[in-house]
Design a protein. Sequence first.
Length: 417
Amino acid sequence: MSDEVNPFESLQEQIDDAAAYLDVDDDVIHRLKYPERVLETNLSVDMDDGSIQRFKAFRSEFNGDRGPYKGGIRYHPGVTRDEVKALSGWMVYKCAVVDIPYGGGKGGIVIDPSEHSANEIENITRSFAEELRPFIGEDKDVPAPDVNTGQREMNWIKDTYETLENTTEPGVVTGKSLEAGGSEGRVEATGRSTAITAREAFDYLGKDIVGADVAVQGYGNAGWIATKLIDELGANIVAVSDSSGAVHDPSGLDPVDVKEFKRDTGSVSGYEDTEALTNEELLTMDVDLLVPAALENAIDGDLAEDVSADVIVEAANGPLTPDADDVLTEKDVHVFPDILANAGGVTVSYFEWVQNRQRFYWDEERVNEELEAVITEAFDDLTDAYASFDLPNFRTAAYVVAIQRVVDAFTDNGNWP
Ligand code: NAD
């Protein structure tokens, strides 16, 4: 993993690469490369031992031309202002590429959640929700889960907001538990869009996914569901990893069994009858499909030289640096980008928000059918742009589609002087 690449600069480079193919004024493109506003705050929170600790937290609202700011909240010691800005920008283009009526936002707290009790995490989350209160709302900015946050944190944010506002507004956050107004299918949605993208990609490239060898980096929410569903498509999962390391079995791993092992032991490492690999070894394995599903900058330009996969489908946000993209384009490795391949999460968040607003709830079958339609349609838009603009890779194609949609919304709205 490269620590030197600033994800915000990566985002800006990706926008420039795609904008070069579009007939859009530089002034408009410039506007699309910076957030509209960023909240930076220091939360002061009571700890279980009676002390008070401070936590730096951010919320970036990148662009609202197509609808309310939308994006997750991450709890991680490595959160930085620039990372949050980059992630909020990727949300703008992700929502645009799948054509749902949202802008982009993202938040984060600099924290190692494993060092805190559930009570402390609740206090920290409610304190952040209080800071966010003037900015969020179902028509303003709608947070969701990201790394190390989930239904529990979203329920606390909703409850804090609703209590302080003296209202009921479940659509203020998405990714809630079903009982708190969540949607069926939300937990699986990100990995599901990765699996749909992998299936469509293999079909488009004339490759057979049945029997294809697959390696997955990161066995968290996005990674494990993607692994399970890609396995169900008939592929052969030969390696998976988490932050403790990677395990390899050329005859194929059982994703559900690996997940149970991880639940019992805390990691995939040591899973029976497997060879231990480093994460770098996993990323450079000779497989048909590589799925990075951990964090950003997992593959930089140097590591990309050694990547041997034929196809990469990005479940994580920003797992390849721009240098890696250049190397992989040169090597004819087909990369299907994050803003499509993990857009299932935000798409089902959108379905959750629609259901919250209508107070009318869908069953899982309907959610999965609607998700299938959104992702396959976006895949077709992306491959149409790839062919008709004669673009160098599928990431540029995704940005061409997405930037044009944001520019159209901005142009139709008109500029406020
Ligand atoms: P998670 O915390 O559930 O899982 C992350 C996994 O990556 C963990 O298993 C962790 O051990 C592993 N990991 C961390 N560093 C690693 C390393 N260096 N090598 C190998 N494994 C490593 O998080 P998640 O929700 O699954 O998110 C993963 C990625 O997917 C992030 O980039 C996130 O932004 C993106 N994403 C998630 C969602 C969602 O709905 N969960 C939606 C869109 C995008």
